[in-house]
Design a protein around this ligand. Structure first.
Ligand code: ADP
Ligand code: MG
Length: 239
């Protein structure tokens, strides 16, 4: 398993005003698997991704990435695991405006100690593989929302990332760009054995997933293969 949550509970706040954002959640994601997480606002989706990425820690239960239980790691080890093995795409893309696309993508590798030339070649090769070569020298301000989204995904998957966590990465996109992002994520799972967890509100996007996990009030209330309705919509769209 690349990602394993075992009976993970996370409470925010204390006393009467405390909120149980996640309540004894179990989740396992294998190499090559794309799992969609759906649920109403406030159901714990972002909390789940933060915990899976080691950006937050559980009050009970444990989270393991690539077999390493995050709670047992020293801060430096956790930081290294996050940098090397985990890629994030957030709704607010966090591309750095003063860097070009290729510079944004190479940044995590440079932070990891790669010489600039190698980091650059690696980032260019990835952009090319993802069909984004024409964006390499563009600044975020000169890209469409969909293009920025795709560059943000490139940055999340660069290097040996094993786990991609995406929190509504298609939020602000038109449906066409949204599909591109999903195709890109799906491709990384199929071709590179990456595991991905995608929070989405869109049943058509969830249709790309191997499994859909539904959260409500911090609990997993249902777990299914993609909705037949979503699949038939996709098929209809492809004809
Ligand atoms: P979702 O992403 O599904 O909208 P969240 O994981 O953001 O849900 O939030 C789950 C619950 O936890 C909500 O009730 C939210 O208000 C609460 N919550 C999330 N983060 C915090 C925080 N830092 N402090 C207090 N409450 C929080
Ligand atoms: Mg959220």
């Amino acid at each position: 398993m690349i990602l394993e949550l075992r009976a993970v509970t996370r409470r925010h706040g204390t006393g009467a005003s405390s909120v149980t954002a996640l309540d004894a959640v179990d989740l396992r994601v294998a190499p090559g698997e794309l799992v969609a997480v759906m649920g109403p606002s406030g159901s714990g989706k972002s909390t789940l991704l933060h915990l899976a990425g080691g950006l937050d820690s559980p009050d009970a239960g444990e989270v393991a990435v690539d077999g390493q239980v995050l709670g047992t790691l020293r801060p430096r080890q956790l930081a290294a695991l996050r940098r090397r093995s985990i890629g994030y795409v957030f709704q607010q893309l966090n591309l750095i405006p003063s860097l070009t696309a290729v510079e944004n993508v190479m940044l995590p590798r440079e932070l990891d100690g790669r010489p600039t030339g190698r980091a650059r070649r690696e980032a260019l090769a990835l952009l090319d593989e993802l069909g984004l070569a024409e964006l390499a020298d563009r600044f975020p301000d000169d890209m469409s929302g969909g293009q920025m989204q795709r560059v943000a995904i490139a940055r999340a998957v660069v290097g040996e990332r094993r786990l991609i966590l995406a929190d509504e990465p298609t939020g602000a996109l038109d449906s066409h760009s949204g599909e591109d992002v999903l195709r890109l994520l799906r491709g990384r799972c199929d071709d590179a054995g990456v595991a991905a967890v995608l929070v989405t509100h869109d049943a058509r996007h969830a249709g790309w997933a191997d499994r859909v996990v539904f959260l409500r009030d911090g609990r997993v209330v249902d777990e299914t293969a993609p909705l037949p309705a979503a699949e038939s919509l996709l098929t209809a769209g492809a004809e």
